[in-house]
Design a protein around this ligand. Structure first.
Ligand code: MTE
Ligand code: MO
Length: 383
């Protein structure tokens, strides 16, 4: 592993681990824009950032259960219809630090900003697969339990120096409605090295771990990928399972992320001069489910008021409406006058009426993933 040629990064990022580089923006920066700037987008890596020097010779091999394996080059990807999908990427480890406070968990510590919303452009995976002879999803397609595996060119210690990999079901990969992309642009610019230059996968509505960066090959396989990050990581275990009694094979790899929200306009503890506060943050759910509601409280959850929600300023957000970005987060905002001290809480409800758990204890898991418990911050008015 070699960290001598890492790309430059924005100085405001909070570094949670240096090698591999893992960093998130400050809370306030995260909600300064609906589309997260590349600079402020969290960076989650498991090895050194690869360098692709010769874009003309870079290719992705598509192999496995296909009639004829094929190498596709960037010119082939560029020749396919270009799709642009606004989608929120969230690391399953987002908010892990808070989970670790009740009982220690293993993994990189993250505050609430291991999440970002970008406008991704590239070819649809369905078009790429069709290009090599795998048809788009129809009701008669025999899919079995097949998966589409994405393999990177990076080197991860968890894979004993091998590449990062992950897979998604073929039924999702061949479904145009799932909007899975082989993306070459982020916010209208070519991907930068940190985010997967020259080509990465974007699986909207699914934990970030399945959106493989620096794509090297795509394999059609009979069952899900057997790599470390599918089989020995990113699985949700019950609170009763710890490192001495874990049996990894008893759980499925996590795919969709659950409903989540967090307050970004306030830090964990705030000393403020006057009682008027703005409670602003993001809410998002997995699987393309919209945000039905965000409730906020200034008394630790005894009483609630509903926050306003929007994606684009001035345009009211309507969940699951054609006017809203289906795979993207929603900002919420409420104003409140707080007494001397207050515990501010936010919780979201998605369009399937899924809610966030009140306490982190009930969803504690040894790897510290999917902390979606009510987000709480503390305010004290004084001088
Ligand atoms: N792809 C490769 N090749 N290597 C990685 O370490 N990390 C994954 C995913 N894809 C990873 C990867 C994880 S866990 C997340 S959350 C997202 O990339 C982070 O994407 P970002 O760094 O662009 O924010
Ligand atoms: Mo992640």
């Amino acid at each position: 592993s070699d960290y001598s040629r890492e790309p430059p990064r924005h100085p405001s990022l909070k570094i949670n681990a240096k090698e591999p580089f893992n960093a998130e923006p400050p809370r306030a920066a995260l909600i300064s824009s609906y589309v997260t700037s590349v600079d402020h987008f969290y960076k989650r890596n498991h090895g050194p950032i690869p360098i692709v020097e010769d874009i003309d010779r870079y290719s992705v091999t598509i192999t496995g259960l296909v009639e004829k394996p094929k190498d596709i080059f960037m010119k082939d990807v560029w020749s396919l219809p270009k799709y642009t999908v606004p989608a929120t990427l969230q690391c399953a480890g987002n908010r892990r630090t808070a989970m670790s406070k009740t009982r220690k968990v293993k993994g990189v510590g993250w505050d609430i900003a291991a999440i970002g919303n970008a406008v991704w452009s590239g070819a649809k995976l369905t078009d790429v697969l069709e290009y090599i002879g795998i048809p788009k999803l129809t009701s008669v397609t025999p899919l079995g339990g097949k998966h589409v595996e994405f393999v990177s060119i990076d080197k991860c210690k968890e894979e004993n120096g091998g590449p990062y990999k992950a897979s998604i079901p073929l039924i999702q990969a061949t479904n145009p409605v799932a909007d899975v992309l082989l993306a070459y642009e982020m916010n209208g610019e070519p991907l930068n090295r940190d985010h997967g230059y020259p080509l990465r996968v974007i699986v909207p509505g699914v934990i970030g771990a399945r959106s493989v960066k620096w794509l090297d090959s795509i394999n059609i396989i009979a069952e899900e990928c057997q790599g470390f990050f599918m089989q020995k990581d990113y699985k949700m275990f019950p609170p009763s399972v710890d490192w001495d009694n874990i049996n990894w094979s008893t759980r499925k790899p996590q795919m969709d992320f659950p409903v989540q929200c967090a307050i970004c306009s306030l830090e964990d503890i705030n000393l403020i001069k006057h009682g008027k506060i703005i409670i602003k943050g993001y809410a998002v759910s997995g699987g393309g489910r919209g945000i039905e509601r965000v409730d906020v409280s200034i008394d630790g959850g005894k009483t609630w008021l509903e926050a306003s929600r929007y994606q684009k300023p001035g345009i009211p957000y309507i969940a699951d409406d054609a006017s809203s970005d289906k795979w993207a987060w929603v900002f919420f905002e409420a104003e409140a006058e707080v007494p001397q001290t207050a515990e501010i809480v936010a919780k979201a409800v998605d369009t399937a009426a899924n809610v966030q758990p009140e306490n982190v204890e009930v969803i504690w898991n040894l790897r510290g993933i999917l902390n979606t418990s009510w987000h709480r911050v503390h305010v004290r008015v004084g001088h």
